[in-house]
Design a protein around this ligand. Structure first.
Ligand SMILES: [Zn+2]
Ligand SMILES: [Zn+2]
Length: 231
């Protein structure tokens, strides 16, 4: 029954939400070409980085992991006034399109429901990465600002690669990598409607899930009785 509901939703989503002129490959290329360009440009601006300035990279990685977690847990899984677009897309659409039993996309046009929309990607860079980078440049040094932007955008690209890998066929080359297949199992359990509101909110590495005790191993997900759904 659940499978049928997913299949029906997929058909409706494709008809209503994917424009005829949508090209998955163009979406994919835009995401990675523009992201890689920002990373290379920022790295190019670095000049005689001092030892302490390199600390920007691990600090940014922790910050990004926390932002990924908090945004997913408290914004995308809850309707927040003014943030309807964020809520509607990931929670309402992405989770209905992919269930834990039906995680694979059917074709390249389904990238629409996996990758961030280009407009949101540009918004995040302009509204978050750039202002913070400029502030860090003023507060500390230009190197710190550029290291922050390069690391934050690289983290985002890593997020997109991993999330895409989770929704590719399980036997894909990327999906079979040891670490990717373990992370995929965690995200698969997050796609279980009975678990998605409470567990495994990190899409990349479950650092914040471990910190906030919302980490749930995939074996535990299968064995335990279902939790009440708030979805
Ligand atoms: Zn979710
Ligand atoms: Zn997903």
């Amino acid at each position: 029954m659940r499978e049928q509901a997913v299949a029906e939703y997929r058909e409706a989503y494709r008809q209503e939400e994917i424009p005829a002129n949508y090209r998955g490959l163009v979406h994919l290329c835009f995401t990675f070409a523009s992201g890689i360009a920002v990373v290379i440009y920022s790295a190019w601006q670095l000049d005689q980085v001092q030892a302490a300035q390199w600390l920007t990279i691990p600090i940014t990685l922790v910050y990004a992991n926390l932002a990924e977690y908090l945004g997913h847990r408290f914004v995308m899984h809850r309707p927040v006034p003014g943030l309807g677009l964020l809520y509607k897309r990931p929670s309402g659409q992405h989770h209905r399109f992919f269930s834990h039993q039906h995680m694979e996309l059917d074709g390249i046009r389904d990238l629409k429901v996996v990758l961030f929309p280009p407009v949101l990607m540009v918004f995040f860079v302009l509204a978050f990465a750039l202002p913070v980078g400029i502030a860090l440049s003023r507060l500390f040094a230009e190197n710190v600002g550029f290291l922050f932007v390069a690391t934050a955008v690289a983290y985002f690209l890593n997020y997109e690669i991993l999330h895409l890998a989770y929704h590719l066929p399980g036997d894909s080359w990327l999906g079979r990598r040891g670490l990717v297949s373990r992370l995929r199992a965690l995200h698969t359990s997050h796609h279980d409607p009975r678990l998605m509101s409470n567990w495994n909110f990190n899409i990349t590495y479950p650092v914040s899930d471990l910190l906030f005790r919302t980490f749930r191993g995939s074996a535990a997900s299968r064995a335990d009785p279902p939790a009440a759904s708030t979805y």
